[in-house]
Design a protein around this ligand. Structure first.
Ligand SMILES: Nc1ncnc2c1ncn2[C@@H]1O[C@H](COP(=O)(O)OP(=O)(O)OP(=O)(O)O)[C@@H](O)[C@H]1O
Length: 598
């Protein structure tokens, strides 16, 4: 099978980033079986390991528990899969399906489940006796039961469905379980799977208790030594608890600036490590560093856009990107599933002419293929969108945060965060869908003038953005056939192109009742999502500071839907009660409002 050589393909892009991504050693020098190394090269096109692979593979091969923290798109998946395959293929007595599950990989989303499964299938091509498999929400339970009964050697799972089978599928055999891996560990917890995970660890006999840690890491039903691994580009305090209850004496592997520097470098599992060492490891303290690791070659920008002009600006930047480079992939992130649906339908149908009088020459505003992905879609559509966008050479994906973690869409050039991500971790993972493995990439964050303090929040985590020259971009669109006409405006909201586009969008929505319905629904969800910002972010993303009429405009609605007025009032009251209960004083609330006003 002819496979594109990734490492060659991305090494010479001229920006120097790749020398920091790849290590100067071979896979075989890391201790991996030669057949497996050939497989990595032939099937996956991986000639040399990435830095994080070079660092993690020997540690994982040694049997140590590990916590791996490396930037997005640096190859963490193979860093944990390759050592598992290495061990399993090397067992003297070939493993059989009837031996049940040896390794369990837990992931937060269905798409990531499928993605890891695909990579695993490729890795196992020469080792047909090792059976890969997945179980996840949205799939047929009975079929999964049947597969589990037959036996799956390496199982990828989402937590809810795994727990379901652990409790209800008696034929699911895991007495030989040796590895438990948490990929995107922090996200699994953020999605509220904390309790499920604890129950899973309990059921698997892999949960440590405070007093008898060593003993409890050995499964109740077998004498097999467990090895647990936690991985993410953003490990933070949230993962501390999981690390404490699941990792025993872990090695921390992380990046320091450009190069990976081990926090603890251990060549082999040394049971006789000094007490001092053990104390340090056993505390499983995840460094609460402020800085997140964003690919160094990624160009990060923000665009300051008044609420009422957001929609024409989004459409304009997309048009600009696809006209500048007709063959490219772009992902736009929204805060809600309804917003994804609305913008998807809008882009599919909206036609425009910059000569408003000449109806005849209206054409599709964006000529590119457009896909959508969010958690409310039926599983089959979700799978098709994900797989098709992956293979397209040029396309646009409109998505909720379901795509933010771990997904590896090749050749994505630009990430647009139309709705702000909230936590800085989410920002980092969203932009991490581009600039993967040293490739070039750009990101653009939409911020309203009242939200501009969010930049400071990102700055606290070592993430700095530069402003996008938005007026220059708008000036490039000819209006009534003339470019110069547009150039006179210095204010974005009164720019002739923006005004003309907004007017056309509003007319379009008014003319289509089904679009109007989608717009209203999206508006309501957007307001709800906006009020749901947590902690410190509540002071930046404050619904009270927004003009709801302008928010409605951003869904091309001429008027704010009245129905929402009531539910909005309810939300405000609810939030006030919450703030009172949590001691956020009126004084502080007022102060934060004043500080954030433009
Ligand atoms: N050694 C290698 N040589 C060439 N390409 C590689 C190598 N290792 C991984 N890749 C490719 O790099 C890309 C990113 O890998 P992967 O998805 O494992 O990154 P990640 O660190 O898990 O990212 P994220 O944090 O976003 O989940 C994939 O396309 C993968 O095929």
């Amino acid at each position: 099978m002819a496979v594109k050589k990734h490492s060659q393909g991305v090494k010479n892009d001229g920006n120097g980033a790749n020398s920091d991504v790849f290590a100067s050693c071979s896979f075989s020098s890391l201790g991996l079986d030669s057949n497996l190394c050939d497989q990595l090269c032939e099937r996956l096109g991986f000639e040399v390991p990435t830095q994080v692979q070079a660092q993690a593979i020997p540690v994982i091969l040694s049997g140590r528990h590990a916590l791996v923290n490396a930037a997005t798109g640096t190859g963490k998946t193979v860093a944990y899969l390759a050592p598992i395959v290495h061990h399993l293929q090397g067992y003297e007595n070939r493993i059989q399906r009837s031996d049940g599950t040896f390794a369990l990989v837990l992931v937060p989303t269905r798409e990531l489940c499928l993605q890891v499964y695909e990579i695993l299938q490729k890795l196992l091509h020469r080792f047909h006796w090792i059976v890969p498999g997945y179980i996840m929400g949205g799939e047929n339970r009975s079929k999964e039961k049947a597969r589990l009964r037959k036996g799956i050697s390496i199982l990828i799972a989402t937590p809810g469905r795994l727990l379901d089978h652990l409790k209800n599928t008696t034929s699911f055999l895991y007495s030989n379980l040796r590895w438990i891996i948490f990929d995107e560990a922090d996200r699994i917890l953020e999605l509220g799977f904390g309790k499920d995970i604890e129950e899973i660890l309990d059921l698997l006999g892999s949960r440590k208790t405070g007093h008898d840690e060593q003993e409890n890491t050995v499964p109740r039903h077998s004498k097999i030594q467990r090895q647990n691994l936690l991985l993410s580009a953003t490990l933070n305090e949230k993962v501390n608890h999981l690390a404490k209850i699941s990792l025993d004496n872990p090695v921390m592997i992380g990046l320091d600036g450009k190069k990976i520097e081990p926090i603890s470098r251990i060549e082999s599992y040394d049971h006789s490590a000094s007490d001092e060492d053990n104390e340090d490891m056993n505390s499983s303290k995840i460094p609460t560093v402020g800085d997140y690791k964003v690919p160094i070659q990624l160009i990060q920008r923000y665009m300051k856009v008044p609420c009422g002009s957001r929609l024409p600006l989004l459409l304009s930047i997309l048009k600009h990107l696809f006209e500048k480079e007709s063959s490219q992939k772009v992902v736009v992130f929204f805060s809600t599933c309804d917003a994804v649906d609305f913008h998807y339908s809008l882009l599919g149908e909206f036609q425009f002419s910059s000569y408003p009088q000449t109806e005849g020459i209206r054409q599709q505003f964006l000529g590119c293929k457009t896909f959508r992905l969010h958690g409310n879609m039926v599983q089959e559509d979700r799978r098709t969108s994900f797989q098709t966008f992956k293979t397209e050479k040029s396309a646009l994906l409109l998505s909720s945060d379901v795509s933010a973690r771990g997904l590896d869409f090749p050749k994505v050039r630009c990430i647009i965060q139309y709705d702000s991500p909230g936590e800085a971790t989410e920002y980092v993972h969203r932009v991490g869908r581009t600039a993967r493995l040293g490739e070039r990439g750009e990101s653009l964050l939409f911020l309203q003038p009242v939200e501009i303090d969010y930049l400071q929040d990102l700055e606290k985590h070592g993430v700095s953005l530069i402003e996008y020259p938005v007026l220059k971009m708008l000036d490039s669109f000819p209006l009534y056939g003339q470019k110069n006409l547009a150039k006179k405006s210095v204010f974005l909201e009164s720019h002739p192109w923006v005004l003309c586009l907004q007017k056309a969008l509003e007319a379009f929505i008014m003319s289509k009742p089904e679009m109007d319905e989608l717009a209203r629904k999206a508006f309501c969800s957007w307001v709800r999502a906006y009020t749901a910002h947590r902690g410190e972010l509540k002071r930046i993303f404050m619904i009270k500071k927004l003009h709801l009429g302008h928010v409605a405009k951003s869904f091309a609605l001429k008027q704010q839907p009245s129905l929402v007025g009531q539910s909005f009032q309810k939300l405000i009251k609810k939030r006030k009660r919450f703030e009172k209960k949590n001691g956020l004083s009126k004084k502080r609330r007022v102060a934060s409002v004043t500080k954030c006003r433009p």
